[in-house]
Design a protein around this ligand. Structure first.
Ligand code: GDP
Length: 440
């Protein structure tokens, strides 16, 4: 995950500050020197890092911060606010014109994740009840149209394509098509190049002039660090983009691009791509990012993720059974499935306050969930809803059926009994209580 190194270094410098009862100007300056180095190592633009630490120092030194009871924490608070500001302050959403459709033009270099993110965006818009139309505007790469069709199908969004016809004409026709068929968002996937060149820019400018996009989103790869920032700067100068989608944040351990794009280009990061799946797209929230960097967790994103990925109906059914003390192993299996949908457990834990990057040192095996699910799946339907009948011979059969030991079956059953016991204490008919998550 992004910001690992930075988060650790910042946390070390702040630990020193927090351990002191009173801070001198020299203490703050020393800490800010360390912060600047940490930012540079995270591949943050040199000027941005310098201005950032100057600002924090200016706000902290000699002010009432130093007189406060917890000066160390006050400095962290200032850093948090300034980090948030550096990344744009508050989140920036897609624009919506007075007369739909909203036209989003996606652009960027080859391999940055343009096609994937056009589909991710369509998927997210669909889940919000919109009717996006994807447009195949990359006519040069032979497989580009096919690739868009494949991801679009997964996203459940239609594709408008006219083969190798001039993409400017295709874009114009697509907008008309959207008007005629009630699509409220048109997402145009455009051609990419290995580097910025004039013919590409000329084509993008022509599409822009033709369809007057509501948003021009530049897709850049976070893993390329400052290079991504340079690309953003050039594209913005030539096209006047409205925002950036920062992709592959899941593989970016440094975070330099995320921290510098807004400061260098003046354009906000609107979305972040955090994986290869269609659901791995987050609205970029500068305040939550700052909290993550400072190890304060990002519970809000976790909740949103849960809302997006979990099956509410299944959860409600389990809750209902729980309140009536009817919890059985089918419900437990359902819980495992739901947790699995949220992605790797480390990803979930890393968003919790106080955990953050510490997950890297934890030994968490996602397969435990799968193994437990396999045990339940090798029981008969009757056994799952009547776990009391599970005697020694049935347990041996179940263990053999899923290739595990009887101890493993017993461990799972004990876990289940504990959950049941807890439920009896908390639940009871008619009382609405929260269900504890029974992770292995
Ligand atoms: P395009 O040439 O700009 O259209 O790029 P693609 O959409 O074809 O993406 C290039 C590669 O990057 C593909 O293998 C994608 O699966 C991968 N990719 C795109 N976005 C992400 C992301 O957010 N995280 C990860 N890990 N991979 C991504």
């Amino acid at each position: 995950m992004a910001f690992e190194g930075l988060a650790e270094k910042l946390s070390n410098s702040f630990k020193k500050l927090k351990s002191k009862g009173k801070l001198s100007d020299a203490d703050v300056k020393e800490a800010m020197r360390e912060v600047r180095l940490a930012l540079l190592e995270a591949d943050v633009n040199y000027k941005v890092a310098k201005e950032f630490t100057n600002k924090v120092t200016e706000r902290a030194v000699g002010s009432e911060v130093m007189e406060s009871l917890t000066p160390g924490q006050m400095v962290v608070k200032i850093v948090n606010e300034e980090l948030t500001g550096l990344m744009g302050g508050s989140e920036e959403r897609l624009k919506m014109p007075a007369h739909p459709p909203a036209v989003i033009m996606m652009c960027g270099l080859q391999g940055a994740g343009k096609t994937t993110h056009a589909a991710k965006l369509a998927y997210q818009l669909k889940s919000q009840g919109h009717r996006p139309l994807l447009v195949a505007g990359d006519i040069y790469r032979p497989a580009a149209i096919k690739q868009l069709q494949v991801v679009a199908e997964k996203a459940g969004a239609p594709v408008f394509e006219k083969g190798t016809q001039d993409p400017v004409i295709t874009a114009r026709e697509a907008v008309k098509h959207a008007r005629d068929y009630g699509n409220d968002y048109v997402i145009i996937d455009t051609a990419g190049r290995l580097q910025i060149d004039e013919p590409l820019m000329e084509e993008l400018r022509r599409i822009k002039a033709e369809v007057e996009p509501t948003d021009i989103l530049l897709v850049v790869d976070a893993m390329t660090g400052q290079e991504a920032v340079n690309v953003a700067k050039t594209f913005d100068e030539l096209l006047d983009i409205t925002g950036v989608i920062l992709t592959k944040l899941d593989g970016d351990t440094r975070g330099g691009a995320a921290l510098s794009v807004k400061a260098v280009t003046g354009k906000p990061i609107k979305f972040a791509g955090t994986g290869e799946k269609l659901s791995d797209l987050e609205v970029f929230h500068p305040d939550r990012m700052a909290s993550r960097i400072l190890g304060m967790g990002d519970v809000l994103s976790l909740i949103e993720d849960a809302q997006l990925k979990l099956d509410e109906k299944a959860a409600a059914k389990t809750a209902e059974r729980l309140m009536n003390n009817k919890l059985d192993l089918n419900d437990m299996l359902e819980q495992f499935n739901q947790v699995r949908k949220m992605g790797p457990i480390k990803g979930i834990l890393s968003k919790l306050p106080g955990i953050g990057n510490k997950v890297d040192d934890m030994e968490i095996d996602d397969r435990v969930l799968d193994r437990n699910a396999a045990i339940i799946l090798s029981m008969t339907k009757y056994e799952r809803s009547h776990p009391d009948v599970l005697d020694a011979s049935r347990k041996r059969r179940i263990a053999a059926g899923c290739g595990m030991k009887v101890e493993d079956v017993n461990r799972l059953l004990n876990q289940f009994k504990q959950t049941q016991k807890l439920m009896k204490q908390f639940g009871g008919k008619g009382k609405r209580r929260r269900m504890p998550m029974n992770l292995p």
